[in-house]
Design a protein around this ligand. Structure first.
Ligand code: ATP
Length: 217
């Protein structure tokens, strides 16, 4: 967790990790001026259907995706931990180690609009900044009043704010829209189709070497 500037995180189930994660992450990284995007594969996600794929496979695929890319990293803390993965727990753990260094977490618009259903979501705003990225087919504007009220006064368009303070601001990012989802990739593989060019080649090779997703509906 060494480094300077905001620690940029991208959490997910990564079942599997794909270019719809990596490219938006890279674009946010460049615009913010962060050193790396650190991918955080979940253990058992509490706010959605638990992935069928064991955390060890999801972590291994994520490691393949970042290998050889100095601007990418992996934090294995959630995937290795027992019990449900609450983002707030990871942020508390990081905050203890980082002191006042800013943390910025990337969240896609589908997840961001549900933020007020996350465990201790208001506490999260004290621990991290949020980079909300637009995902095809979803909107960042359709927030329910509880969430939009909590975010009032936190929106910024200035990336410098994300360097100056440790946490508490929200910035929207328009990124290249890649209509890729892990669900669609799993369905494709189960149907015997190749997911080539939707995800890194090493991840594709891992999927076929381990026979992942062959049984998915
Ligand atoms: P699934 O289809 O299994 O739900 P997913 O493709 O949505 O998976 P996740 O691991 O759940 O992937 O996503 C992790 C994070 O990345 C979330 O914040 C999500 O909004 C974001 N994300 C996923 N796919 C994209 C995409 N194509 N464009 C932008 N953000 C994305």
């Amino acid at each position: 967790m060494e480094g300077t500037g905001p620690l940029l995180l991208l959490g997910g189930t990564f079942d599997p990790v794909h270019f719809g994660h990596l490219r938006p992450g890279e674009e946010v990284r460049q615009r913010v001026g962060a050193e790396r995007v650190v991918l955080v594969p979940s253990g058992e996600p509490p706010h959605r259907t638990a992935p069928k794929t064991p955390a060890a496979h999801r972590l291994a695929m994520t490691r393949k995706a970042v290998s050889g890319h100095p601007t990418l990293g992996v934090l294995d803390w959630e995937a290795e931990a027992s019990g449900p993965s609450y983002t707030v727990r990871t942020l508390e753990w990081l905050r203890e180690r980082l002191g006042e260094r800013p943390i910025l977490i990337i969240i896609g618009s589908d997840a961001f609009t549900q933020l007020n259903h996350w465990h201790q979501w208001e506490r999260m705003l004290e621990l991290t900044h949020i980079a909300a990225v637009r995902r095809p087919g979803t909107s960042l504007e359709a927030l329910d009043p509880e969430l939009s009220g909590a975010l009032e006064g936190r929106w910024t368009k200035d990336p410098a704010v994300l360097h100056e303070r440790p946490a508490g601001s929200v910035m929207a990012f328009d990124v290249t829209r890649l209509d890729i989802s892990a669900t669609a990739i799993r369905t494709m593989v189960a149907a015997g189709e190749s997911p080539r060019f939707l995800l890194p080649q090493q991840v594709e090779e891992y999927i076929s070497a381990h026979g992942l997703y062959r049984q998915e509906p």
